[in-house]
Design a protein around this ligand. Sequence first.
Ligand code: NAD
Length: 493
Amino acid sequence: MTTAQPRHLLDGSHRRMFIGGAWVEAVSGQTMETRNPANGVVIATVPRAGKKDIERAVAAARNAFDGPWSRFKPHERQKLLLRIAELFERHWEEICVSDTTDMGLPIARARGNANRVLGMLRYYAGMATALHGQTIDNSLPGDIVSYTRKEPIGVVGAIIPWNAPTAASVWKIGPALATGCTVVLKPSEDAPLTPLLIAELMAEAGVPDGVVNIVTGTGTEAGAPLAEHMGVDKIVFTGSTATGQSIVRASAGNLKRVSLELGGKSPVIVCTDADLERAVPVAAMSVFANSGQICIAGSRLFVARQIHDEFVARLAAYAAGLRIGNGIDPETEIGPLISPRQLQRVEGYLRAGSEEGARLVVGGTRLSQGALAAGNFVAPTVFAGVSDTMRIAREEIFGPVISALPFDTLDEVVRRANDTPYGLAAGVFTRDLSTAHQLSRRLQAGSVWVNTYHAIDPAVPFGGYKMSGYGREGGTDHLDEYLNTKGVFIRID
Ligand code: NAD
């Protein structure tokens, strides 16, 4: 049974979470606030869930998995996903306003994500009827037929960060619906509202009770119990590398499957023959979009020495011209950071850059003139004269900060680009075909973009090398993460 709740007021009202098809409070009765990062205003309170709420949500997900949901045919799951896509399309503006108000993403950018998110839902809809095992000839004595079956893994626990609530929710829930799994999703405490709106749309589309559950709470109080729950068959996690490591430890109790999309310190390499007209804005926005709160941010910018100074000057001019403000203004290009805590973190890196001897070219400060004072705004920042050992060149900042580093040869830049524990993404700007191929082969990263950045498609796997995680989202690999493969042998002689 689905009880309605007022939709999307964003005026400080209370919203409930979604478990077993009902809008409910935390068992403890506790709540927490979520604020608009552009002005600090409380836009809603939500339940502050704990272990008991996780118990309840996992039980609801298990009941649905064992019950009516298991009888849904692939084409019925497909129809459901297509209906969800349709509802998302109809309510896209509402989704965008929710993301912008809850986590600061400029509305123009949020609107621009429509094709990607709707494309994901429609891709998973297609995949729902394309899952299959194989018939495999064996060498056993006797007449034995062998084949494999792909079966849904069961109850999936999904834990997501705040920097892309819509895409992250769809990336976790879409494959679950396609494969026949059920989900308990815990959004970030900093941006829980769009996942709740998504739950409403899913219920409206006809997703059966208990198939999708959204539990709002903090990492330690709700995330950790979900990660260690013995009734959860798989955890899909997007977030920081440190939290990813604690999720792996928590998963050991029942050896649940885990896939991890973690942090990054991605290199962007600009070669002497690059088209600078294209490379400057793309390299800039590879970090500055979403105020640098992007896992794939190309925050280590390696520029060929011959063009380094010109490139940095152009980049600085571009950064200085960006329009910064409340993301709800359609003219805004750069919104706020998510929280005062994140602002302090980024300011710490700005100080570290100068203290360690990097040269500040542009930005470098918090913005607090006029209306910006109440929000968490930082000027798009470029440091030059950065060395590979500085903290700003090694650690994920998750803020609008680019470190420019000159290089001389391709061998050298490959070695330096790969000299990081991370391996999420890399960018290359060159007009030379063989350089493009060589670098994309040699860079240790889950995604390599040449003469572009941020290109993510539902049909193409996305994920990390090294400490940026394991498992893939997008493509058929993604669906496999939600499936078990069973070998069946039938003696027929
Ligand atoms: P975070 O790791 O602090 O939090 C992510 C989620 O995990 C939140 O929902 C949080 O409540 C929960 N959590 C925290 N501690 C937990 C615990 N002990 N057990 C279970 N859950 C816990 O990350 P964040 O600060 O919200 O997001 C920023 C990080 O996410 C960055 O490192 C960024 O690179 C990464 N990220 C990666 C990708 C990717 O696809 N690789 C995408 C987006 C963000």
